[in-house]
Design a protein. Sequence first.
Length: 586
Amino acid sequence: MTSPETPPTGTARPWIPVRPTGSVEAEEYDDAPDERPEDADADHPAFPAPAVDHTPVPVPHRERLLVALLGERRLRLGSTARDRLWAWLGPLLVTVVAAVARLWDLARPHTLVFDETYYVKQAYTLLMVGYDAEWPEEPNPAFEAGNRDIFLDKADYVVHPPVGKWMIAAGMRLGGADNPWAWRLTTALVGIAAVFLVAWVARRLFASTLAGIIAGGLFAIDGVGIVHARTGLLDSMVMFWALVAFVLLILDREHSRRRLAARVGARLDAGLPLGRFGPSMGIRWYRLAAAVALGLCIGTKWSGLYFLAVFALMSVAWDASARRTVGIRMWPLAALVRDAIPAFFVVVPVAALTYLASWAAWFTNDRSYLRTWAADHPTAGVQWLPEALRSLWEYHGRMWRFHNGLTSDHTYEAHPLGWLVQWRPTSFYYESQAKGEAIPTGGVCAWEKCSQVITSVGNPLIWWLATAAVLLALVLVGARLDWRGVAVLSGIVAGWLPWLAYAHRTIFTFYTIAFAPFMYLTLTYVAVSLWELTADHPRRRKRLRTAGIVVGSLVVAFSLFWYPIWTGWNVPTGFWRAHMWLRSWI
């Protein structure tokens, strides 16, 4: 008979040393009454020592495999009533903070801000006539004053898919197009929901409610998240759908591993072989839902394609790791046959069909841009496609040429290498007045010079620390092969790294919102890892706890200091300049 610490021979499955459940240990008799006389000799045959059975009760294979696949900390998560309470209460608390920061006086300023001039007006025409209509010259003053039905009776050439604009239009439908806050309602709600998702998924990633609160709290009070949630742009929608897909894939990882443990455990309990590839994990509903979310992400901006590619590869790599862990000898081939190929034929078509469905209004309205192009050019284009798809293909070709050739100079264009440290943030809005002049939001300037500013610069302490955390996370992943590090870095790889290949284009730092949640998660990951590495060093843990409190206090103070210039408050111009620590921030 083999001991629980020694793997049995002739098996491919891992033997995980687990303390036997129900085994009888000598210390269990410590509290039992001893009927022997106090002066009795322990070795006297008349008073033999009680028999102790050291034979362990076998632990079912499923439980052993679950420990190997998910980890003891994850399995213990939610095991107490207090933990289950804070599983929801913690994320909800940081979500309330996010809601206050994003919804308070959302209508300020009462004008179209930055690229709202494109997306808000496009959303409005989608709402009114079902397609992107063209606008006359200089329509913004009239639009802002409430005279919005001045768009022209012809389609406009727009260069982004429609999902994000339909989402903005939904907010305008709910709040009324006459209200500036309705232009931003959807992005605000999306930004609030994203904070909750980050807090919730961080708790599961790191098996720590406190870690979830930290990650969600960073998002709740950071300027990148606040500014985008208060502005009607598309990039918050890209972030949201990518984050939804990530959360669903984390759930898929856990659910599929539980199913794999159950199926492999049942085979081992029955004495059956695992087979060459091991059992199938069945229908992956969470993965299917993630494919829909990624299709909506791509349907907002094409940059969502990178999230699809990176997340799909990561998910399949998790499957391969799971099969290796349960003892499948041919796990690389098993992951290819059982997981990768089925995933490809599910995720890619579902995402593609979701993307195609997002163009439903374009298909059903002949007045849409290039909708009848194929009928007007019967011998041009991709001939094997149906007429409607041939028109859409031509439209997409023009969109691609526009994006790839966009090289016009812009004051706030920024190289991607500087994005992580917020080297050249984007100024969304700036107005200034001399003393006594009227302020657009009401009242008159009471200082020598007044300014109302909205800049997309993030909390400097958060972003500088998060950038350092990215480098540390790469080291930790290489040293520990930690799947959590791979997970949090995946969003940065998908949302930031591809832009280095497009540095010749006119691109901006505000694109960072698409992967901002993963910056907060990476910073939290490094903090959790440092805490784990100091488990046997109480003094180091004490210093780490003190450093965390100090840094957290500074982060909150920085956000309070920057909030007025994230939200367009009327402030003395000198107050605004006090925030411009770098010349590149002006």
